[in-house]
Design a protein around this ligand. Sequence first.
Ligand code: NAD
Length: 486
Amino acid sequence: MTQTMVKTVKNYINGEWVEASTNETKEVFNPATGEVIAHVPISTKEDVDRAVQAAKEAFAEWKEVAVPKRARLLFKFHQLLVDNWEELAKLITTENGKNYTEAYGEVQRGIECVEFAAGAPTLMMGSQLPSIATDLESGVYRYPIGVIGGITPFNFPAMVPMWMFPMAIATGNTFVLKPSERTPLLAVRLAELLEEAGLPKGVFNIVHGAHDVVNGLLDHQDVAAISFVGSQPVAEYVYKRGTANLKRVQALSGAKNHSIVLADANLENAATQIINAAFGSAGERCMACSVVAVEESIADELIEKLVQKANEIKIGNGLDDDVFLGPVIREEHKQRTLQYIETGEKEGAKLIRDGRKDEAAKSKGYFVGPTIFDHVTSEMKIWQDEIFAPVLSIARVKDLTEAVELANKSRFANGACIFTRSGGAVRQFRETIDAGMLGVNIGVPAPMAFFPFSGWKDSFYGDLHANGKDSIEFYTRKKVVTQRWV
Ligand code: NAD
């Protein structure tokens, strides 16, 4: 029996599945049905101590394992992910709600991270200068930093942990993961696959839970670095507390991504991309399109297409055929979303598609239909806040300059897209927009694993982003050796 079939999931410490030192648990729901599918322990600081101790002891040996050997283990893990792809995707849909195709794609994005991390022998190379002066040479050597704490959100239960631990362990670190307590099952399955791949005990550990586990990691003197992905207030908190404890911290945070549609765009493509970006994964993506800033002259035409496409969306259980829009993660999140829809109406935005009226929104799971507001302005809360649900705001603008000014007013700056056929407009957009991940005529410009996931402003706290070369820098430290041989 795999751990994902047991009622209360266990922590994974030093290669063993162990009970948490608490009886406190939380229910894990299937958001499409409202059924309880597991319980997750709300572990304590003592559980964190045990896991960090195990990871610290494992580090002493793991850092000495030759880098190509560590990479070879990731090749095995990669094969196991491929072999179990469909099962993993089904599990994502079951605990998160996104549709099966999206879940399958999520596993792919995780696999790509493992592929990138398996390049550690090349990526970890240092550099030398044979003659910094007469008979004097210098070189840089890279080393792991120790025990890494990873804290992850509910919306990508496979991919986001894989932004972290493959690279962390490939570079010789050991890892303690605190998955989201709302979607803990995927992490459990990943641990099982790592074990099957032959990862030594203690290199990868899981402590389930909530705040206490996070604080336990942030305060622990034997944790060298924290990699966090989640909402803005928690990201800021984690960054401040982690760095106050002198840890290296990267904290990827919330978003409010704008898509700009200019009058010369291919509107059919723009509408298709925006629908996918706004309502895919029920809007629960940090790269979701939340606001469309459209040039007034084509606004009506674009909106007609958006509403028509939104009406064609099939809502339901993501495991059912052709379902595009699954549930949001929890009943509370649904209620919060409904509140935002009411707020938008009160603020004077024009509700042109009301997702509360869709049949599915009345069923047992946590469904909200595609919702679209027109005439949204930057004074409104529905423009300012990350709603993280299938709610799209449309703002009408005079031109590109006004569109960029609007987007740049947001405190968030994860991604932004432009739809146009003009190279000059793309250049202006690229040079003036304050956002770290840009798309041109595509909807979700999430970078692949070999590029950094490079949010700006309140969408990111830290210096080195997840993935890409930044991740090598984040998970390693350097020795510069200056030598004279006479
Ligand atoms: P969340 O902030 O509620 O939770 C993230 C993690 O922090 C979880 O493991 C949770 O247990 C922990 N946590 C929550 N509240 C805490 C507290 N008060 N103290 C200590 N720990 C706490 O986020 P979520 O709802 O699971 O995920 C959605 C959010 O994540 C969205 O804001 C989304 O934009 C963001 N996100 C960002 C990126 C990115 O790359 N920037 C990627 C994915 C998700």
